[in-house]
Design a protein around this ligand. Structure first.
Ligand SMILES: [Zn+2]
Length: 306
């Protein structure tokens, strides 16, 4: 089976499948690995009133324990609130115990407020996977999740980070920000931060297809930093949904591959954006998004644990 990594899998409060059941469901969907985000930090959005909200040690132990019972192609991420007073200690504790990356959702704070935490993640060589885009939480939170709010990560040398959902409805802003990070790499001292884009739904189909096309046409080589994701959960992984999303995305890239393998067509559409005659390989963009880009994001050169 070719490797297909789902970069966006949740573990949420409430009933949860056993690891073996989850593995059977995700394997049936054609996925071979991915990132599993721990239970969320304390936030009434995720925990019903009256339920206990577990401390970071317990949440770290949960996700590590779950992943230990899975093949090593599954990677435990810790869902961090970078504004908690002991965030830096949580990060170090997570790393020491085997966490391989962090998930952050800026529901009540701006990305800028977590810079010290992201610097620590970068220092430890661990990636940060952010929610980005509109958040249907009943709260005033959109201003914390626009792509441009993440421009402050330019200050975090060496950080690998991803923005999820192509930041819908701000997908163009997300791609423009990507271009900025790409170009800034040659303008700033120290190891440049690396931005990745997680294309998982949340963004409606037509917006995603539109973004896929632009990702290929823009001259930023975004195809080398694209991640494929489903945004389902280990609680009850959606085999059918994941299979359909995988097929949908592959078909969309395939359609663009046929369309833009003709360099004349590319030249007609973007004569000033791209110089010269280029045939565009959209199929490779998708193949990389489901495999090698993901491994680079989590800091693995190949499929083996470091
Ligand atoms: Zn999610």
């Amino acid at each position: 089976m070719n490797p297909v990594y789902d970069c966006h899998i949740h573990m949420m409060p409430g009933r949860c499948d056993a690891p073996e059941t989850f593995l059977a469901k995700i394997t049936a969907a054609g996925m071979t690995g991915g990132s599993i985000f721990s239970l969320p930090p304390k936030n009434t959005l995720f925990y019903k009133t009256g339920t206990t909200m577990p401390e970071h040690r317990e949440r770290i132990a949960n996700v590590l324990d779950f992943c230990r019972k899975l093949p090593d192609t599954f990677h435990p991420f810790f869902w961090l609130n970078p504004t908690e007073p002991d965030a830096l200690e949580q990060i170090r504790y997570a790393k020491e115990h085997g966490i391989l990356g962090f998930k952050v959702l800026c529901s009540t704070y701006a990305p800028l407020e977590g810079l010290a935490a992201y610097r620590e993640c970068a220092r430890l060589g661990l990636p940060v996977h952010f929610h980005s885009g509109i958040l249907y939480d009943g709260e005033v939170s959109g201003g914390f999740n626009r792509p441009l709010d993440f421009e402050c990560l330019l200050e975090v040398s060496g950080l690998r980070f991803a923005l999820a959902h192509i930041s819908w409805p701000w997908t163009d802003e997300c791609l423009a920000l990507f271009g900025k990070f790409r170009s800034a790499a040659g303008m700033r001292s120290g190891p440049a931060p690396e931005m990745y884009i997680d294309t998982c739904p949340g963004a409606p189909e037509f917006a995603r297809v539109d973004a896929f096309r632009k990702i290929g046409l823009l001259p930023y080589d975004a195809g080398s930093r694209l991640l494929f994701g489903i945004d389902s959960s280990v609680n009850d992984y959606s085999t059918d949904g994941a299979r359909r999303i995988h097929e949908f995305d592959r078909n969309a890239f395939n359609k663009f591959h046929a369309m833009y393998s003709d360099p004349v067509r590319v030249h007609e559409e973007v004569p000033f954006t791209r110089h010269g005659l280029d045939a565009l390989d959209f199929n490779s963009i998708f193949e990389n998004a489901v495999s090698v880009n993901y491994l680079r994001f989590i800091g693995k050169k190949d499929g083996r644990k470091q």
